[in-house]
Ligand binder design. Structure first.
Ligand code: ZN
Ligand code: MN
Length: 147
């Protein structure tokens, strides 16, 4: 996990550099996504801060996430049903493992990832710029509940 304070500072600096004000609401959103390793949805982020900012709308959270995404400071995990999830702690491409039952999403550390990228490049003669690698399964908690 990246240092959440450093991640917050980086996001704040990028917003300032591009002429955006750091409002208290915006700061609260930044702090949540900088420290979250559970890949919150926009609704989850809204749920965390609406008690502190009762007048803020879900749309405001959504707009802020899109802004931060446009600066390359949050990774969007899009899903066909529209239930997008966000990783502001690690905003660069990395593998995920996703529970199909409870929708938990974790970041596995794969030693083989660099080799895999080299293998794909060698096999296809592509220069690899990006990747999306999702593993779908059932987490240990959901497995325990199944029996
Ligand atoms: Zn699960
Ligand atoms: Mn992640």
């Amino acid at each position: 996990m990246a240092d959440p304070n450093k991640r917050s500072e980086t996001i704040i600096q990028k917003l300032r550099d591009t002429g955006h004000k750091i409002t208290p609401q915006r700061l609260a959103i930044i702090k949540i996504i900088a420290k979250s390793t559970d890949h919150p949805s926009v609704e989850d982020i809204y749920g965390h801060i609406k008690k502190d900012f009762p007048t803020m709308s879900l749309a405001t959270v959504y707009k802020n996430i899109l802004l931060i995404k446009s600066l390359g400071e949050v990774l969007e995990l899009g899903f066909p049903d529209g239930s997008n999830r966000y990783d502001g702690n690690k905003p660069y491409p990395h593998p995920h493992v996703i529970c199909i039952k409870c929708k938990k999403i974790l970041d596995p550390n794969l030693d083989s990832l660099d080799d895999m990228k080299k293998e794909v490049a060698a096999e296809t003669n592509f220069k690899i710029l990006n990747h999306r690698l999702d593993f779908f399964g059932i987490c240990s908690n959901c497995m325990a509940e199944e029996v």
